[in-house]
Design a protein around this ligand. Structure first.
Ligand code: TRP
Length: 337
């Protein structure tokens, strides 16, 4: 039986929130305990500087994301957990891949096209206004992340499917031109992972500014839960769990039995104030222990740094020989050899 390689990157531009946890972090940590799988999880900090030119934020977010994954139980011995910028082979591979990637393929990337469309709709007559080469080449860096480690399965959100198709295109092009060194990766969309709504009822997302940080201090957590939008039904009226953000967040953490129990209370009529208090107490209880570990890690960045250094060492045991093979394939090697 061959080991399956699962790989995903986390862009370091924000603070992990409840939606990140149930949608990505929890399923990734669960997947990494499967003995048939080798997981590579990394902080995509070279991707983050495309979107975010605030150095403090990029730096702080790297610490927060790393600390969150570790506090939530990622086993950094079993999986390979590293920071993209610690792997110098990745930008080198990015360059080589750039030389087999059609510019026309990048012209079709959704994120780039959306930026151009926005310029064209606005006052500026320059379609390229504010668009960097980093944004334009984003999919090539992402292809290098994936192809470097021969990952077959890449868990991502729906918005990343096109990037995976591009990675396959780029890999196939290289394999055809030179040698079949690359595995063609598949996007893996987790249909079971819950998509949480945020404070205003829209999908919880940092771009909507409606998130609940996973490790908000107790007082802040209570405040945010009290802010979640509800309808204006009186306490005694039966409530519909299907359209209720409070119910949905509870369900993402609770057991099937606890959820069934709450469903009955909704049918019988429950006051929003009481429900919010209950949700707060439940979440606070569940998050208290990982929050304590998280705080401990954030207060000891050297320890996180050590774990990442160890991860980089493990990752480079793969990336060094891989880049070497790629360089040879394109004709870059010592003279006389
Ligand atoms: N682009 C991904 C996102 O925004 C992050 C990412 C970077 C990634 N490199 C990756 C995801 C490689 C999967 C594989 O979510």
């Amino acid at each position: 039986m061959t080991q399956q390689i699962v790989l995903t990157g986390i862009t370091t531009t924000g603070t992990p929130h409840l939606g990140n946890y149930v949608g990505a972090i929890r399923p990734a940590i669960a997947a990494s305990s499967n003995p048939e799988v080798t997981s590579f999880y990394f902080l995509a900090d070279y991707h983050s500087i495309i979107k975010c030119q605030d150095p403090q934020r990029v730096h702080r977010s790297s610490l927060e994301v790393a600390a969150a994954w570790i506090a939530l139980g990622l086993d950094t011995e079993r999986s390979v957990f590293y920071r993209q910028s610690d792997i110098p082979e990745i930008p080198e591979l990015t360059w080589i891949l750039s030389c087999v990637t059609a510019k026309g393929l990048m012209n079709r990337a959704h994120a780039y096209k959306a930026a151009v469309a926005e310029n064209e709709a606005g006052d500026s007559k320059d379609p390229d206004k504010g668009i960097t080469m980093g944004l334009f080449c984003y999919p090539i860096l992402m292809a290098a992340d994936i192809l470097m480690f021969r990952a077959g399965r890449v868990p991502v959100g729906k918005d990343q499917i096109q990037h995976l198709e591009m990675a396959r295109d780029i890999a196939a092009r290289f394999n055809h031109l030179y040698e079949p060194l690359f595995v063609l990766p598949e996007a893996e969309i987790n249909a079971q992972a819950a998509v949480l709504s945020g404070l205003d009822g829209r999908k919880m997302s940092k771009s909507y500014n409606n998130t609940i940080p996973l490790f908000a201090p107790e007082k802040k957590l209570r405040q945010l839960i009290m802010k979640i939008t509800t309808n204006s039904l009186p306490p005694e009226a039966p409530k519909d769990p299907a359209t209720c953000t409070l119910f949905q967040i509870y369900q993402a953490f609770a057991t099937a039995e606890e959820t069934a129990d709450l469903r009955r209370r909704y049918a019988a009529g429950i006051g929003w104030g009481e429900m919010k208090q209950m949700l707060f107490a439940y979440l606070n209880d569940h998050l208290a222990e990982p929050r304590r570990r998280y705080q401990e890690l954030v207060d000891h960045p050297d320890h996180v740094e050590q774990l990442l250094a160890r991860g980089a060492e493990k990752a480079r045991a793969h990336s060094r020989p891989m880049l070497d093979a790629v360089r040879r394939a394109v004709g870059i090697r010592a003279l006389g050899s």
